[in-house]
Design a protein. Structure first.
Length: 383
């Protein structure tokens, strides 16, 4: 990939790139729609991701080019930026805008990005491009931010520049991921443990439903707002700053305060899903993959019935998996409304699984899904 990018760079800009960077995408093993409720999540970085090649130019301009999109941009160095339409380069442009709050950018830059994360698949291509840009500028200009500051910066871009009220999980996972490890992250304190993700006889399969994620952003923001309503209503009796502070017992005592049945369903998911992450971390630590798999199915059901962020395509994949002998757990991963599911698939059954799932999925949905076997990779780095 590095050689290919170097070639493209030379063809486009007539000079060699001086620096190369990589940031992965992520899957979340369990703990969905929990990060913005201050609870536990368990993501890991994958080996797909975004590469960035960079060199300074002598003009006061930032040039954005991607091998994935046609649109390119040459944007003059200024003191601040605002989002320009819906173009892909808003993500890295938002990072420039954040850095300009603290530092002057001393020189223009030529940039080329290349990603192999399927866009809109829920594997965090946006966190990947944000973090690769933040990591690169910090490294290249020696700005002195630590990794967590870069994560928080990328989250601000997503929230304030792009306009999605997402939590911290994706940016955190793609920055801090470690090969063969899952991160157990407390989204309230931002403390985390990288735990061995030993899947024994199983592989982690990623199944992309290939469903275009229309309206996903507005529905995501609606879920965030519903959780805030639940929190406000619970706060009439108890003092909480996040829903995940509640145990299931305490929630049962106070849930009558939530007046809207839909909001009650959302809060019930959050409290129970947070418990499931604790149980899943224990199961993984004990090597009890069957239990881990059961928790994955329970998580999916809750996202389908209580949080209502699944859909016919994700349900088709998980329905197939639950009837397929060689899968012990499956669930949607990420925000939902399309995107990807993950499954614990017995090693050696990859081909059979792909064939049978494809037949089933095409018959039910009308077009094929894409199936990958994923390695757990490292977080952001220079390469
Ligand atoms: C998206 C968001 C994350 C998280 C997940 C759902 O990926 O970016 O912050 O909320 O959805 O768990």
């Amino acid at each position: 990939m590095k050689a290919e990018l170097t070639n493209e760079f030379f063809n486009k800009y007539g000079q060699q790139p001086t620096h190369h960077y990589f940031t992965p995408g992520r899957v979340n093993l369990i703990g969905e729609h929990i990060d913005y409720n201050g609870g536990l999540v368990m993501p890991c970085a994958v080996t797909m991701g975004t590469w960035l090649a960079l060199a300074p130019n002598n003009e006061n301009v930032i040039r954005f080019k991607s091998l994935n999109f046609e649109e390119e941009a040459a944007i003059e160095l200024k003191d601040s930026y605002i989002k320009e339409g819906k173009e892909w380069y808003n993500y890295p442009l938002g990072i420039f805008n954040e850095i300009l709050k603290d530092h002057k950018i001393p020189t223009g830059l030529d940039l080329i990005f290349h990603g192999n994360i399927p866009i809109g698949s829920g594997l965090s291509s946006s966190a990947s491009i944000e973090v690769v840009m933040a990591y690169a500028l910090n490294d290249y200009f020696n700005l002195g931010y630590d990794r967590l500051q870069l994560v928080l910066m990328a989250k601000r871009v997503e929230n304030d520049f792009i306009g999605l009220n997402s939590g911290i999980m994706d940016q955190f996972a793609v920055a801090f991921g470690e090969s063969h490890k899952a991160l157990v992250l407390d989204c309230d304190t931002l403390k985390y443990k990288a735990v061995d993700c030993n899947l024994g006889d199983y592989n982690l399969a990623i199944i992309n439903t290939n469903k275009p994620r229309k309206l996903a952003e507005s529905k995501y923001n609606e879920r965030v707002a519903e959780c805030q309503t639940a929190l406000q209503q619970l706060n009439q009796e108890i003092k909480l700053h996040a829903l995940c502070e509640l145990t299931a017992e305490k929630f049962a005592l106070h849930s009558h305060l939530i007046t809207d049945p839909t909001v009650l369903k959302r809060a019930t998911h959050v409290v129970k899903e947070n418990d499931r992450v604790n149980l899943a971390a224990k199961a993984l630590n004990n090597g009890d993959l069957e239990e881990f798999g059961r928790l994955m199915y329970a998580s999916h059901q809750s996202l389908r019935d209580l949080y209502e962020v699944s859909g016919a395509e994700l349900d088709a994949v998980v329905d197939f998996c639950s009837d397929y002998e060689h899968v012990i757990g499956a669930r949607m991963t990420g925000a939902g409304f399309g995107g990807c599911a993950i499954a614990l698939l017995k090693k050696g059954k990859e081909e059979d699984f792909a064939k049978q799932l494809t037949d089933f999925y095409v018959a039910r949905i009308g077009y094929p899904a894409a199936i990958y076997i994923s390695e757990i990779g490292n977080g952001a780095s220079a390469i």
